[in-house]
Design a protein around this ligand. Structure first.
Ligand code: FAD
Ligand code: MLT
Ligand code: ZN
Length: 474
């Protein structure tokens, strides 16, 4: 286990507990260890923290009152959404002196406006419910990720979530029109507007996108909706090398610009894990290939099939299957959405969430393989990701015969090898998962010093007492 390592002095936390409990009422708090447990650990159990109290406010006013109370007593706050984050940003530290503010009871869809093509949701709305509300109005909210049944829209803002439809619609940053947030002094920033154009001053809402709870608590979000893309065709492609995926993507985009919604790369190893650990998972091909791509396209089936036949004739892909029914589509996507869970069941692995320019994917993979062979030959790469965004989850497992005593050292060496390469190639050590606690050191080491200094200045200006999610990001 890794301690979040930012124990702040208890600084009066016990003294404000009665006030905090009174703000939210009986339904809005717990200190019951059994109820707290799932909120104190990140989902792979790598970081476990403590808290004297978890608050579940149900209004923005309650959030503001909580923050004011904590600010006066200089008590730290950790905002938490669905706790599906990959970097332990939503977990309190080990001091037992940080108040956990879980947003799940702020769960109202405040408005869906068809003319504006916008939706206003409170921060604790589960992403899948936001998507359903858009759908019920005949529109489409494109953010899609495997955790959408439990992550919250406020968490999606706070992490600038990506997922499978970034290729066509962008990340959360591109989808936010406005937001409401409680600042570290307890004041409410009401920026909850659905304007498409607004150049009146700094674009403050964007400051909160990707801020991981360090600048304030997001309480509501206004997002863009899109026309329903219509029936989707789902296909899985089999490839001999990953570079072929980039070429296939370029070819398909030429033929169906704006109609390609998802284009996901899956290596042979993550596919093996899924087939091994996920009940009823089945390889749609008779053979095991080195690489697979799973795609969604909003085109008639015949158009996709003809494009895939051409790709096969040009030997850009080795094989392809197109789902013929909703059940087949679901089965193909289940393979993709089960990868994280299958990795977890496979055993301890080292996760990375890197990005490089899309055209450099093959060069990155070749160089990464070479470096791992030279520096950590005990590692087996487990690669999948959002190839159309240049974002790979370049994960690795160490061979089972590696002695326990060597795991930490080899894991660190492996991560260094990957991050050095990414940095040399002008890429990012965090494409969509954020920094939280787990990548804080890496950001310090590989981040741009001028950018880091500007981030610290912003943090100090908005949160001079350092009460908002301290110890995370910077
Ligand atoms: P949490 O985990 O609760 O919090 C994440 C961070 O945001 C923390 O720092 C927390 O303090 C802060 N925060 C949460 N809510 C608020 C708020 N209201 N105000 C201020 N700060 C807040 N991510 C992707 O981008 N793409 C993927 O494809 C993807 N796939 C995933 C698949 C699985 C199986 C899992 C488990 C996770 C995946 N994730 C993915 C990561 C995760 O789902 C996203 O980061 C998501 O946006 C986190 O939302 P959450 O509500 O769970 O946030
Ligand atoms: C995904 O793309 O499935 C995720 O970002 C989750 C992960 O990396 O495990
Ligand atoms: Zn991802």
């Amino acid at each position: 286990l890794v301690s979040t390592g930012t124990a702040r002095p208890a600084g009066g936390v016990d003294g404000i507990l009665p006030t905090l409990r009174a703000i939210v009422g009986e339904q809005g708090w717990t200190d019951d260890p059994a109820k707290l447990a799932p909120h104190l650990s990140e989902w792979r159990g790598r970081v476990v923290g403590r808290t004297p109290l978890m608050l579940q406010p149900s209004t923005t006013e309650q959030v503001a009152a909580i923050v004011r109370t904590c600010a006066e007593a200089r008590v730290a706050i950790v905002p938490q959404g669905g706790n599906t984050g990959m970097c332990a940003g939503a977990v309190p530290d080990a001091s037992g002196a940080q108040i956990l503010v879980q947003l799940g009871r702020l769960d109202r869809i405040r408005d869906v406006n068809v003319e504006d093509a916008s939706l206003v949701a409170e921060a604790g709305c589960v992403l899948a419910d936001v998507k359903s509300a858009a759908c019920a109005a005949g529109l489409y909210f494109p953010l899609s990720l495997s955790a959408e049944g439990s992550c919250q829209i406020g968490g999606n803002v706070a992490t600038n979530a990506g997922g499978i439809n970034v290729l066509r619609y962008g990340t959360m940053r591109d989808l936010v029109l406005g937001l409401e947030a409680v600042l570290p002094d307890g004041s409410v920033l009401d920026n909850l507007r659905t304007l498409r154009k607004n150049t009146a001053g700094y674009d403050l809402k964007q400051l909160f996108v990707g801020s991981e709870g360090t600048l304030g608590i997001v309480t509501a979000v206004a997002v863009k909706l899109y026309p329903d893309p219509g029936p989707l065709q789902t296909a899985m492609l089999a490839l001999d090398h990953a570079g072929a995926a980039v070429l296939a993507l370029a070819k398909l985009r030429e033929r169906m610009p704006d109609r390609l919604l998802a284009f996901e790369l899956i290596g042979a190893r993550p596919m093996d894990f899924v087939l091994r650990h996920i009940p009823a998972a089945r390889n749609p091909f008779d053979l095991r290939y080195e690489w697979y791509v799973l795609l969604d396209a909003a085109v008639p089936a015949a158009e996709l099939e003809s494009a895939l036949i051409d790709l096969a004739a040009q030997q850009r892909i080795a094989d392809a299957v197109v789902a013929k029914s909703h059940a087949e589509q679901t089965a193909l996507w289940r393979l993709r959405h089960s990868i994280s869970e299958a990795e977890r069941r496979e055993g301890p692995g080292i996760k990375h969430d890197i990005s490089v320019p899309v055209g450099a994917i093959q060069e990155f993979l070749d160089a990464a393989e070479e470096r791992l062979r030279a520096r950590v030959p005990q590692a087996e790469a487990v690669v999948f990701g959002h190839v159309g965004d240049g974002n790979l989850h370049y994960n690795a497992h160490l061979r089972r015969d590696v002695p326990d005593a060597d795991l930490g050292r080899l894991g660190d060496e492996l991560t260094r090898a990957i991050y050095e390469l990414v940095t040399e190639m002008g890429g990012s050590i965090s494409a969509e998962h954020g920094i939280g606690v787990l990548k804080k050191e890496a950001l310090r080491r590989y981040g741009n010093p001028v950018a880091l200094a500007a981030m610290r200045t912003l943090k100090a200006a908005l949160d001079p007492a350092g009460i908002m999610n301290p110890g995370k990001v910077i």
